[in-house]
Design a protein around this ligand. Structure first.
Ligand code: LLP
Length: 384
């Protein structure tokens, strides 16, 4: 819910823009950090969810590390001042240049996704006379029970090394002088809302860690990735239950005394702290449908068009009358999928009314594009 003061501020600004509630972000970060500390768990922030500079600054100040999936993200993490020894680098397609740059930055670890990648990192590290720390990203074939487009840990997905390739992987690790194996890595998907999924993952992590130990490897790091979902249907339920989430791992992971448990959380940390604020350009009342055309579209918030994702639509101005009219809420882009919601019940709506698309802090601003030569999206902060 927005205060009257916030809404009158929005009315004076040019739309669309992302509005960040930095106090909420701070509470979420503090809550997560406290819950992780109970078990001495390490949290890396998955930068792909949002790399807005103000957001990154606050996350770094919380003491979290950075989980990166491109050379650009590693570079940004370094520039922002994340501790190099808390930067991890995953991704199925790391280029030679990205690997070389990350080696120069002496990051904590490469999460390696194929045997060929292991060989390339070994070779490039050798040329630099250095050793690269690597964790093996294993595809554990655990169903995340989430949208299939954001599932990553099944045999059919491109991510990680499959279990049947692990014997060869162990051989390559043993022969590679410029690699230091530090542990195992997993990430099975995003927007996971059932704790049972994480329990199932724990069982697989235990098996794979034991597999490496039986072959003489020291498994120092168990990196279980991210994936904790948020409640898109209830944006006021703002802070995810980090305590319950970490407790599952505490209860079901077999952690040896020399082992560290690492997480890579993105959405759960930033998802609820931002809304996309937009104005109604036109209202078209048809015979079959009523349309609200917003000044924000899939170029500002891509998730509904790409994954049929739900974002709650709040009507912020004017009449607080009962929700009487059903509208399809669409953007201005020349694509039929540029639609934020169908048959959404809202108060009667007029040109110029303000609309908020809620829970847009994760994979919102970062996935904006210039399609249709749209201008870049701007950000506004609660603290300013
Ligand atoms: N670690 C790795 C290796 C990842 O690939 C991801 C997300 C994360 C951690 C963080 O996952 P999270 O805690 O945020 O669920 N654009 C999609 C989501 C893609 C997620 C990609 N990987 C969306 O808008 O739903």
């Amino acid at each position: 819910m927005f205060s009257d003061k916030e809404i009158s501020r929005f009315a004076k600004l040019e739309t669309p823009f992302y509005y960040y509630d930095l106090a909420l972000l701070q509470n979420t970060l503090s809550n997560c950090s406290a819950a992780a500390k109970v078990y001495n768990f390490h949290v890396h922030y998955a930068m792909k969810a949002n790399f807005n500079p103000r957001v990154l600054e606050m996350i770094k100040a919380t003491g979290f590390g950075a989980d990166c999936v491109s050379g650009g993200e590693v570079k940004r993490a370094v520039e922002v001042g994340f501790n190099h020894q808390q930067i991890v680098f995953a991704g199925v397609g790391k280029s030679d240049r990205e690997i070389n740059d990350a080696l120069d930055q002496q990051i904590f670890c490469f999460n390696v996704e194929s045997i060929q990648e292991l060989e390339v990192i070994n070779e490039l590290a050798g040329l630099k006379n250095t050793k690269a720390k690597v964790a093996i990203r294993i595809n554990p074939n655990v169903d995340a029970h989430t949208h299939h487009n954001i599932t990553t840990g099944l045999d059919e997905n491109k991510f990680g090394i499959n279990s049947w390739d692990l014997p060869q992987c162990a051989e390559v690790l043993k022969q590679s002088e410029n690699l230091e194996f530090i542990g195992v890595h997993f990430h099975i998907g995003s927007q996971i809302t059932s704790m049972d999924v994480f329990k199932n993952l724990c069982v697989r992590v235990n098996e794979f860690a034991a597999w490496f130990e039986e072959r003489g490897f020291i498994v120092k790091v168990l990196n279980v990735g991210g994936g904790l979902g948020i409640d898109y249907h209830n944006p006021e339920q703002q802070i995810p239950d980090f305590e319950a989430y970490f407790k599952v791992y505490h209860d079901f992971l077999e952690v040896r005394s020399n082992q560290e448990v690492h997480f890579e959380l993105g959405r759960a940390l930033v998802g609820q702290c931002a809304s996309l604020i937009s104005k109604v350009l036109y209202v078209k009342n048809g015979k079959k449908k009523n349309f609200i055309v917003l000044d924000a579209g899939m170029t500002e918030l891509m998730r509904p068009a790409l994954y049929q994702a739900y974002h709650q639509i709040d009507h912020l101005s004017g009449s607080k009358s009962a929700e009487g009219v059903k509208y399809d809420v669409v953007g201005p882009i020349c694509e039929s999928t540029d639609c934020f919601g169908k048959e959404v019940a809202l108060p009667e709506t007029f040109r110029g009314d303000l609309i908020a698309l809620r829970s847009a802090g994760a994979y919102g601003e970062v996935m904006a594009s210039h399609y249709n030569l749209r201008e870049g999206i701007v950000s506004v902060y609660s603290e300013d």
